[in-house]
Design a protein around this ligand. Structure first.
Ligand code: AMO
Length: 435
């Protein structure tokens, strides 16, 4: 009995291995029968391997079986390596045997050869097939490296990974955008942010925590940068202020970008994306300056209003790289953002902007319970609903600060993709709940 086990990915085979027998496994990308010779291109995770079938040398039955293969079927091929400068990877395989593992149906739901462009909706409906394209699976290889580097960086800075509940009884970021669920006889919701839990952790003595986990937002809007289920990278740091965590954030963005640039060269090439590693520190622009720049571009923003997308775009175009917006009016930032002690109208909240979108927001937090309760009441929130949170502030709560970064938006920045659905395996949006 022959051992049918993959010995090599296509990318591991080199012309110097000429003469040796290998077993490759993957999908049938292309079959070309030229009469005296036929070519079958097999595609796997690492690239493509050309299988060349000289009809005179290969047993007739095998040649017949290989040339009648249906595209996208899954096979294993045992063959001998031969140098060939015209083939991908500069080698070809002369087959000795083949095993069909799974035959594909026809017609295919979409083309994966890159010759015909499918609509995003069609692609997302057949995501398993869309992902067979190298320029699509490159996105998710980059995602894996990026999240590993986020962890590496935060761990190197003394952060401890935590996971907090996603089924909760109260809103975090304001009450309207919640998905209700039934929790036995009680009303419950999917959590919008780990905000309250990560702040509670600041009273635990662990000091520096991070979480990479899902957040759920029942926002109705349908844009190219919002999802209803998203992955958030959150940190919280005790004995720190807003400046400390802004420095951490820009250093993390630098670290992750640099490592993706170094470790994902073939993926970035597949995406045709020229990734620029940003220099630190990032420019800090005051809210007041940002609304002035927006005004110069015809987007009028009244002091105290949020900056609309058109305003963000105008400022982003002017700056051209990452930048912070600081000194936000206190009234438009959440109750947990600390007002500037010397000027309560302004807060110690910040947004980190990519030229095309908001990447993160954060703040130094209110850690004194009296002020926290006062700010809740000012924002029409009932402190009684937040007792589990407020208790953590009653028995020794250090000053603290933190931020949240949308993982998909970080991936948009790293890959140059313009639509958040492109960088999400199975996006959840206003119209999409399957697959
Ligand atoms: P905020 O609500 O600004 O702040 O969210 C932080 C970051 O998360 C990402 N994000 C989203 N990405 C895709 N779709 C969405 N619907 C979506 N909502 C948010 C964005 C955003 O900048 N608790 C605070 C963070 C903190 O202060 O620590 C918070 O959640 O990239």
């Amino acid at each position: 009995m022959k051992d049918w086990r993959r010995t090599h990915y296509s990318g591991e085979i080199t012309p110097e291995m000429e003469g040796s027998e290998v077993v490759v496994a993957g999908w049938i990308h292309e079959v070309r029968d030229l009469g005296g010779v036929a070519f079958v291109v097999l595609r796997d995770r690492e690239g493509k391997a050309q299988i060349t079938i000289p009809k005179k040398k290969v047993p007739e039955e095998l040649a017949e079986k290989m040339t009648s293969l249906v595209r996208e079927s899954v096979v294993m091929v045992r063959g001998n390596i031969q140098k060939d400068e015209r083939a991908p990877g500069n080698f070809e395989l002369i087959p000795n045997d083949m095993k069909i593992l799974s035959e594909s149906k026809t017609p295919l739901p979409m083309d994966v050869s890159g010759k015909v462009n499918a609509e995003l909706d069609t692609r997302l409906n057949s995501r398993y097939m869309d992902l067979r394209k190298p320029e699509i699976n490159a996105i998710f290889k980059i995602r894996s490296v990026a999240l590993t580097e986020v962890r590496n960086y935060l761990e190197s800075q003394g952060y401890i990974e935590i996971t907090t509940p996603k089924m909760v009884a109260t809103a975090t970021e304001g009450g309207t955008d919640l998905f209700p669920i039934s929790y036995f006889e009680k009303e419950a919701f999917l959590n919008q942010s780990p905000q309250l839990f990560k702040q509670i952790m600041m009273a635990s003595g662990l000091d520096k925590v991070y979480e990479i986990g899902p957040i759920f937002r029942a926002e109705e809007h349908d844009t190219n940068r919002h999802l209803n289920e998203s992955i958030s990278i959150d940190i919280e740091s005790a004995f720190s202020d807003h400046n400390d965590v802004m420095k951490l954030l820009e250093e993390m963005i630098h670290h992750v970008t640099k490592n993706v640039e170094e470790r994902c060269q073939s993926e970035l090439r597949a995406l045709e994306h020229n990734l620029i590693v940003p220099e630190t520190p990032f420019e800090r622009i005051k809210y007041e300056e940002a609304i002035d720049i927006a005004g110069d571009h015809g987007v009028e923003v009244v002091w105290g209003d949020d900056i609309p997308t058109a305003g963000e775009k105008a400022v982003g175009e002017e700056i051209g790289t990452y930048y912070y917006i600081v000194d936000w009016p206190s009234e438009i930032k959440p109750f947990y953002a600390l007002p500037e002690p010397e000027n309560q109208e302004l807060s110690r909240a910040f947004d980190l902007m990519h030229p095309r979108f908001e990447l993160s927001s954060g703040a130094q937090r209110v850690h004194k319970i009296k002020l926290l309760e006062k700010r809740m009441l000012n924002q029409d929130l009932d402190p009684e609903d937040f007792e589990f949170y407020l208790n953590a502030f009653r028995y020794g709560m250090p000053p603290h600060a933190g931020w949240g970064v949308g993982a998909e938006r970080l991936l948009m920045a790293l890959t140059g993709k313009k639509n958040i659905r492109e960088v999400t395996l199975f996006p959840r949006d206003r119209n999409r709940l399957t697959p």
